[in-house]
Design a protein around this ligand. Structure first.
Ligand SMILES: Nc1ncnc2c1ncn2[C@@H]1O[C@H](COP(=O)(O)OP(=O)(O)OP(=O)(O)O)[C@@H](O)[C@H]1O
Length: 452
């Protein structure tokens, strides 16, 4: 073999190996250039083939006829810019008159294979401008979260979207959420990632884990209150409702003061209160919610009704008091009894991990994003942790949480144990924390919750 072919062959083999073993490195070294060139070369023919062009206007046709020139071609949307990212390319387009952003979302699958990219997601950034976010490789195969600055105000980076963007759980935007999925689909890992993301923030974590505390008890160092059976859960929820009443009293008092002052802002929720008065926000995590809804006799039925009533009340009134719900279960439908559909209607954030049937997917998305139902049913069994997350506008995206191990989550919670606020009403439910964690625990000067 001619010696000059050897380096070329080495580069080719290295590229193929990288593509197979380290797709991120392949993308950053070779992939991004190849893909950008491919997109630019194929752009016009792909737009044409996908029906994303507009015919020439009448005056251009007339002008061509008068000048005896060839008939002008159909016009593609104008490229505003093409930007490489660490996971793909972003192509921003200015639509031609008469084009609709919906046509681009409907063609995303055709665009994906025409440009030979892994995935294409389109969104309208403003009227007449569409952005195509294209990923060069399967970013959900091995999730690597980019380094993000921890969000202010309860915004937790919890998973990666298939377009390479970070998926946030933003409690102030979407106060209450439901997370469904079959057994072994990845619900607990998602919840654990969420707890690890919340641990460094100024928040009180309250947990109900009727699997005898198996999932949440190891994270106890960062929990203000924990219940591991339905009886304790009923009492804990009653205490949380009482705490909510006290926060409302505080808001009313502040309102009375601000109403009397001309030009003062009127307090509507805890975030409007001055920082020194603001009670700590509370995130209530419920694992395997169906356990709370089971009843074998009259006494258990009464307790079940009490639990559901408290949850409905917290979901209806909790937002202003800074109480947010994160409910997790295998199924969450009317078969769980009275009040469940009412509660579900309040849980506007929806995530579905792999489900066994369409009925379960409908429980998550039937009422908010019907398009997401099929996507949830199609999640690959061999890819635990993959989920479909709905957004508030009825859209959805495929996401996967990083594989946070219990050890990692425990270490994060222990490291932030000193941030665990105490709330008087919830004191009887404070979990026991291993002595070794307490030894390293540094008490903060004050926490807003104890002050309140
Ligand atoms: N994001 C992820 N990436 C890789 N593996 C994952 C991910 N999420 C979960 N897994 C794996 O899938 C398996 C099931 O995960 P998990 O315990 O979270 O499921 P689950 O839905 O809570 O199940 P169950 O309802 O039975 O408790 C675990 O072995 C876990 O390691």
């Amino acid at each position: 073999m001619d010696a000059c072919w050897v380096p070329l062959l080495v580069v080719l083999v290295a590229a193929l190996l990288l593509r197979w073993m380290r797709p991120t490195w392949y993308w950053l070294t070779f992939g991004v250039t190849f893909a950008a060139v491919r997109v630019l070369i194929r752009y016009r023919s792909v737009m044409d083939a996908c029906g994303l062009t507009v015919p020439p206007s009448r005056w251009r046709l007339a002008l061509a006829r008068v000048a005896n020139r060839p008939v002008p071609e159909a016009r593609s949307p104008r490229i505003l810019w093409l930007r490489p990212t660490v996971t793909g390319l972003v192509l921003r387009l200015k639509l031609r008159p008469g084009q609709d952003a919906f046509d681009f979302s409907a063609s995303s699958d055709r665009l994906r294979h025409s440009f030979s990219l892994h995935n294409v997601v389109s969104r309208e950034v403003r009227s007449g401008v569409v952005e195509l976010r294209m990923t060069g490789y399967d970013v959900l195969r091995r999730v690597r979260m980019p380094t993000v600055v921890p969000g202010e105000g309860l915004r937790v980076p919890v998973a990666l979207r298939e377009d390479g963007e970070v998926h946030y759980r933003d409690y102030r935007q979407v106060p209450h959420a439901l997370n469904v999925g079959a057994t072994q689909s990845g619900k607990s890992v998602y919840q654990r990632t969420l707890v690890a993301g919340l641990a460094p923030q100024n928040v009180a974590l309250v947990g109900i884990d009727c699997k005898n505390g198996v999932e949440l008890a190891p994270l106890a160092a960062r929990f203000t209150a924990l219940a591991d059976n339905p009886g304790a859960a009923a009492d804990l929820l009653a205490a949380l409702v009482a705490y909510m009443g006290r926060v409302y009293e505080l808001i009313r008092t502040e309102q009375r003061i601000s109403v009397a002052l001309p030009d003062a802002e009127i307090t509507a929720d805890i975030w409007d209160l001055p920082a020194h008065l603001r009670p700590v926000p509370v995130v209530l995590l419920v694992d395997e919610v169906a356990e709370l809804a089971l009843a074998a006799n009259k006494a258990e039925e009464a307790r079940r009704d009490q639990i559901v009533t408290h949850l409905v009340r917290l979901s209806q009134l909790g937002r202003a008091a800074g109480i947010y719900l994160e409910i997790c279960g295998q199924r969450f439908g009317s078969e769980l009894g009275k009040g469940i559909t009412m509660l579900r209607a309040q849980l506007t954030g929806r995530t579905a991990h792999r489900v066994n049937d369409e009925t379960s997917a409908n429980m998550a998305f039937g009422d908010t994003s019907p398009d997401a139902v099929l996507a949830a049913v199609q999640i690959d069994k061999n890819r635990p942790g993959t989920a479909v997350a709905g957004d508030s506008s009825g859209g959805w995206s495929r996401i996967r949480a990083p594989h946070t191990t219990l050890r990692q989550a425990v270490d994060t919670c222990n490291a932030h144990a000193h941030r665990t606020p105490s709330i008087p009403e919830l004191e009887p439910f404070r979990p026991a924390v291993p002595v070794r964690v307490l030894i390293g625990k540094v008490q903060p000067k004050t926490t807003t919750a104890t002050a309140f």
